[in-house]
Design a protein around this ligand. Structure first.
Ligand code: HEM
Length: 396
């Protein structure tokens, strides 16, 4: 069988990429992609091997002689050992945060927003709930005033879309401009904001990390914008699943496996589909030779459905354990906000479970035309009175 012709933006793959990922894993696990000019890696073991070997597979393109613009210099782009102190500064700030308070405020924020939306005949889960809720949550986290939502959301979307510049080169320039715009916003917070939060902690620690302060400011921008856009996509994916499967919210709410159930939803249909690295020298993945300087796209989402790693990979099993999925990445660049993201998703599920009515679809859902970030463009919904469901068909 010839290698699958992989177009991440084809409607069939936007709707459901997992059958294509299965073909790739089986017939072309390390696939050369002409249009993106990179190798696409889809098997779990190969993905982890690439992410583990950061000597050979660089995140920082300067290691293969390519330039990196100043706004891109952040925790996201550096490699060990330069990465270490900056990443520690970020993780120390995350771990020092009052998570219980953040969780409590998140639950209240979600419940308040849902009770306002419940007054409407219909609303859009993405624009009217996930977006404002995620923006308030990242402002709370960093300890900053909420920026004007319209221009922030437009800039964040431009950055998110530019992650597909390999497929859609026209998204690169708007993304670059948006990074500049948000860098200026973050610089103003560094100069002015006096509230407690992650931003104040990072600013305080900036002189100790041995990298220019711009790197710390860019890291705060990544935290703010990356945290916002991934949360919007993750909340959309989780809420869509809950609406599509009556009874799932009850099983999740009542289940002792609630924590692993939410984690399983990230494995099953998470927002971040992949990440790229560049080979610093000739290397081998499986039996495929990779030349120095070539780019490798690690497909987290394909790895997360690999039957060699996960039993019944295409089923949502709320009690799946262990669940070493790659939905939050793996290795030195694994998600710095995992615990924050889990806290926020719990707050949303709690608020939905405690709401007297149930959220139901009120029109057709539409996927965003983006490849790196899998999310929804439109999720029309309405609250309807709870009906009793029988929930014996799936486990647990
Ligand atoms: C469910 C929601 C989320 C998911 C699924 C997720 C997933 C990921 C993944 C897969 C990566 C690695 C990307 C790569 O290798 O290129 C990543 C990186 C990152 N995430 Fe998240 N994320 C989520 C929410 C958040 C939140 C809420 C924050 C912070 C407020 C955050 C902060 C970061 C940062 C700073 C990085 C870069 C880490 C580094 O490169 O060292 N994430 N995330």
């Amino acid at each position: 069988m010839p290698p699958p012709d992989y177009d991440p933006l084809a409607p069939v793959n936007l709707r459901d990429p997992y059958p294509t990922y299965a073909l790739m894993r089986e017939h072309a696990p390390v696939l050369w992609h002409d249009r993106m000019q990179c190798w696409v890696v889809s098997r779990y073991a190969d993905c982890v091997a690439v992410l583990r070997d950061h000597d050979t597979f660089a995140r920082d393109p300067r290691r293969v002689g390519e330039a990196l613009s100043e706004p891109s210099l952040s925790v996201q782009s550096l490699d060990p050992p330069e990465l270490g102190p900056l990443r520690r500064l970020l993780m120390n700030a995350v771990h020092a945060h009052d998570l219980d308070g953040f969780a409590q405020r998140g639950r209240e924020r979600a419940a308040d927003l849902l009770s306002v939306l419940a007054e409407k005949e219909t609303f859009d889960v993405v624009a009217d709930f996930a977006s404002p809720f995620s923006l308030e949550s990242v402002c709370d986290l960093l300890g900053v005033d909420r920026p004007e939502p319209g221009s922030f959301v437009a800039a964040s979307d431009a950055i998110m879309r530019s992650m597909d510049a390999g497929l859609r080169p026209e998204t690169a320039e708007p993304g670059r401009l948006a990074r500049h715009q948000l860098s200026a916003l973050v610089a103003s917070w560094f100069a002015d904001s006096g509230k407690p939060g992650l931003l104040a902690d990072m600013r305080r620690g900036a002189p100790t990390v041995g990298v220019p302060e711009t790197y710390v400011r860019n890291t705060a921008r990544v935290l703010f914008q990356g945290g916002y856009s991934t949360m919007v996509a993750a909340i959309g994916n989780v809420v869509a699943l809950l609406m599509e499967r009556p009874g799932l919210l009850e099983r999740l709410g009542a289940s002792e496996f609630r924590h692993c159930g939410i984690d399983e939803m990230i494995r099953y249909d998470g927002p971040v589909q992949g990440t790229s690295r560049t080979a610093t020298c000739a290397a081998t993945i499986g039996s495929t030779r990779i030349a120095a300087g070539q780019t490798v796209l690690v497909l987290y989402a394909a790895a997360n459905h690999d039957p060699e790693q996960f039993a019944r990979p295409d089923e949502l099993l709320l009690d799946r354990s262990p669940n070493p999925h790659l939905g939050f990445g793996w290795g030195p660049h694994a998600c710095a906000g995992t615990i924050l993201a889990q806290t926020v998703l719990h707050a949303v599920v709690d608020a939905l479970a405690e709401h007297p009515d149930r959220l139901c679809p009120s029109g057709s859902f539409a996927r965003r035309r983006t490849a790196t970030m899998r999310g929804w463009e439109r999720l029309p919904a309405a609250f309807a009175p709870v009906t009793r469901t029988t929930s014996t068909e799936e486990s647990p």
